[in-house]
Design a protein around this ligand. Structure first.
Ligand code: GLY
Length: 368
């Protein structure tokens, strides 16, 4: 089974291949991109033990020479320290302008390697092989690359598109249920922001997906990638429509900061809670029907996901502090935050200059 979604960006266009057992045949996809039979693979230690052999096997069976750098897993790898290590390693491996770098891993590896590729010799081509659901439906697509700073998440980076994305659905079988569901937070987001029918489909089918139904996983990843590809094709550098992909993210980023980017709250869990809070805020602003926020919360509950702030273990700061964190968002302009609000499921829009008293009330109620 193999599907394809194209990201149409002129001479920077590329395809996302979605299917089962793609890693085992990755060499067939990658070989046509190579000027010489040599690639550099960057991965993390967890992913290396699970998936590196299949990739190696596939490339070496085609006589492609492969060198591997394996980094520690976790968000702290998205740092100056590891970007330096990666770029210096690539230079030591004599990776040239016309070579191809492969990012094998989740969002951390994809973002770090994409950024390394963007600055190495002023830009070397790279291929994303995302291994988590979150990376398959979001971070590997659309060219946002970068690392974190002590000042905040993703503050250093570049828009730099990959040459290809290989989303192997079989790799999702090795995810813990918590990681799968965290990725699902981003899948659900696509229905909520722009496709009512997809959200309705998810209400019916997402539990099967979580339990391992391959066809449903392929469909959900494909639909998510189609939506992201369309948005990115219209607004690559986030001057407008791309901001819709941040539905739930302003709340999420504040919660991630408040929980110290720890495993108290995974990013996709924060997106799920953030979407519920965004719909609640929209309703209180009179923008969306009364019953819509409870439908969003009911879906999160059905999936066994975190629904509200009280589901995050440990103490959280008060609403004023959370709003302060929101103002640190890199998309804030003059301290004003652009919130993504919704008129209904499948109909999100950007609301500049929101009434923060309403946001404060929503947070206070959710903190109880
Ligand atoms: N993850 C949001 C974006 O790619 O724009």
């Amino acid at each position: 089974m193999h599907d394809q979604v194209d990201v149409k960006l002129g001479d920077r266009s590329y395809s996302i291949h979605i299917g089962t057992d793609l890693l085992k045949t990755a060499g067939d996809f990658i070989l046509p991109l190579l000027r010489r039979k040599k690639v550099a693979v960057i991965t993390d230690n967890n992913i290396a033990s699970l998936h590196l052999d299949d990739l190696k096997q596939s490339l070496t069976s085609l006589d492609v020479d492969i060198s591997v750098l394996s980094l520690p897993p976790g968000e702290s790898t998205k740092s100056w320290q590891y970007i330096e290590k990666t770029v210096e390693w690539l230079l030591a491996e004599h990776i040239e302008r016309d070579d191809v770098i492969i990012a094998l891993g989740g969002g951390v590896i994809g973002d770090l390697v994409g950024f390394a590729a963007s600055i190495l010799r002023r830009g070397v081509r790279f291929v994303q092989i995302p291994t988590s659901l979150l990376a398959q439906v979001d971070s590997s697509v659309g060219g946002k690359t970068g690392i974190n700073s002590p000042h905040g998440k993703n503050l250093i980076g570049a828009f730099y598109q990959p040459q290809m994305v290989l989303a192997d659905i079989s790799l999702l079988n090795t995810l813990s249920s918590r990681d799968f569901l965290a990725g699902y937070g981003e899948v659900m987001k696509y229905g909520l922001l722009g496709d009512y029918d997809f959200f309705e489909w998810l209400e019916e089918n997402a539990l099967d997906m979580a339990e391992g139904n391959t066809e449903k996983r392929i469909y959900a990843v494909k639909r998510s990638c189609e939506m992201k590809a369309n948005i990115v094709a219209n607004d690559e550098k986030e001057k407008g429509q791309r901001a819709l992909l941040n539905l739930g993210h302003t709340f999420c980023h504040a919660l991630e900061t408040a929980t110290g980017l720890s495993d108290r709250l995974l990013h996709g869990e924060g997106v799920g809670i953030g979407c519920a809070l965004a719909f609640e805020t929209s309703m209180r602003l009179g923008l969306c029907p009364q019953e819509t926020p409870s439908r969003v919360r009911a879906h999160l509950t059905k999936m066994g996901m975190k629904v509200s702030l009280s589901d995050i273990p440990g103490n959280l700061p008060n609403s004023d502090q959370l709003i302060k964190h929101m103002k640190q968002d890199k998309k804030a302009i003059d301290g004003k935050i652009n919130f993504i609000m919704a008129k209904d499921i499948g109909n999100a829009f950007v609301l500049p200059d929101i009434d923060l008293n309403i946001v404060r009330n929503v947070l206070n109620d959710a903190l109880i």
